[in-house]
Design a binder for this molecule. Structure first.
Ligand SMILES: NC(=O)c1ccc[n+]([C@@H]2O[C@H](COP(=O)([O-])OP(=O)(O)OC[C@H]3O[C@@H](n4cnc5c(N)ncnc54)[C@H](OP(=O)(O)O)[C@@H]3O)[C@@H](O)[C@H]2O)c1
Length: 310
């Protein structure tokens, strides 16, 4: 797989990263033991994955801890992207003076001396508009070598554009997939500023694999969808199956995201070795330009004016 530079650090990475929200996250994503999590991370590294996307709030710190335990003999082979603002205790704390302490806590769980990158984890518009001291404090942490790069993790085009207009960041992680395409209009501008874009939720939380329909029942974090949302997603999945002629949509979903050259990396959430191997295989697939056009048209006609909830 072609490698790309990560967040102005000079480090080259594989464009397929590892979404680590699922690691050890029994409450939101189903059972995974610590041992299974460690084995999964080690296997991912063996197979060439470098970028791991985690956060203190994922599985109450366990996602970071699992990564920390798995990388002890290969720290320099991995790129760890973690976040600030939602703590392992389940608190929301965006206060500037807690930044250093939250970073130190993450370093401890990850058993490392530096973070490859730190993102503000869905901060409010006051921060995105640059009305706070966060960027200055992040620059201080960077100067001290505790973090190598920094940025934000956000969800919408409006937030993305606000960041571009107001903040000097290395990375923007954003919700981007076949069902959430709006933000792609702003990718060029970000790229021109040298900002790395990380695409999160590339499989629409599992829907874009093609394995769910209107009769599917969800637990954990996916209990957020009401019947109407499930039925609408199921219809859209059927439209995609017609367009691709395939039942398994995973490769088209990943290839769609990677077909945007400004996207530095995509981070599907991975729960087991089957997902890992499958996603690695799909990351090599090149999307036919006509199919990409059809997928963009589907968004324009069916979703843009009536956006889906996350
Ligand atoms: N606020 C934030 O910063 C934020 C928010 C959301 C996500 N993220 C990051 O982005 C990552 C990805 O987002 P996400 O996990 O929410 O959504 P996602 O990547 O769109 O979907 C992940 C789910 O898809 C299914 N899946 C993955 N690979 C598969 C495969 N090859 N075949 C079949 N099913 C597969 C798995 O669930 P099932 O098998 O159970 O269906 C998995 O849990 C997260 O892990 C996290 O690191 C960040």
């Amino acid at each position: 797989m072609k490698k790309v530079e990560y967040a102005k650090t000079g480090q080259l990475i594989n464009r397929l990263g590892f979404g680590a929200w699922q690691l050890g996250n029994t409450e939101f994503w189903g059972y995974m033991s610590v041992e299974e999590g460690i084995a999964l991370v080690k296997k991912a590294i063996d197979l060439g994955i470098q970028l791991f996307d985690t956060a203190p709030g994922y599985a109450a710190g366990m996602s970071e801890s699992i990564i920390g335990m798995a990388i002890q003999d290969c720290r320099d082979q991995v790129v760890i992207n973690t976040k600030f603002g939602h703590t392992a205790d389940g608190e929301t704390d965006f206060s500037v003076f807690s930044l250093r302490k939250q970073v130190t806590d993450s370093l401890e769980r990850l058993q490392t001396t530096y973070l490859d990158s730190l993102l503000l984890h869905n901060p409010g518009f006051d921060i995105l508009e640059g009305k706070s001291q966060h960027i200055q404090e992040l620059k201080n942490l960077k100067d001290e070598g505790l973090i190598k790069a920094f940025g934000v993790s956000i969800d919408t085009k409006e937030e993305f554009d606000t960041v571009l207009d107001n903040l000097d960041v290395d990375i923007i992680e954003v919700l981007f997939n076949v069902f959430f395409q709006d933000v792609s209009e702003s990718f060029k501008k970000a790229h021109q500023k040298g900002i790395s874009i990380i695409a999160k939720v590339p499989l629409d939380s599992g829907w874009l694999t093609g394995k769910y329909d209107e009769f599917s029942e969800f637990e954990g974090i996916r209990m957020r969808w009401d019947d109407e949302t499930i039925s609408r997603r199921a219809q859209l999945v059927r439209r995609l199956k017609d367009l691709t002629g395939a039942e398994d949509l995973t490769r088209y979903a990943i290839a769609f995201v990677l077909s945007f050259p400004e996207v530095t990396a995509v981070i599907p959430g991975i729960k087991n070795i089957e997902h890992l191997e499958d996603n690695l295989k799909h990351a090599e697939y090149k999307l036919d330009p006509k199919l990409k056009e059809d997928m963009m048209k589907l968004y324009q006609e069916e979703i843009k004016d009536q956006p889906l909830p996350w």
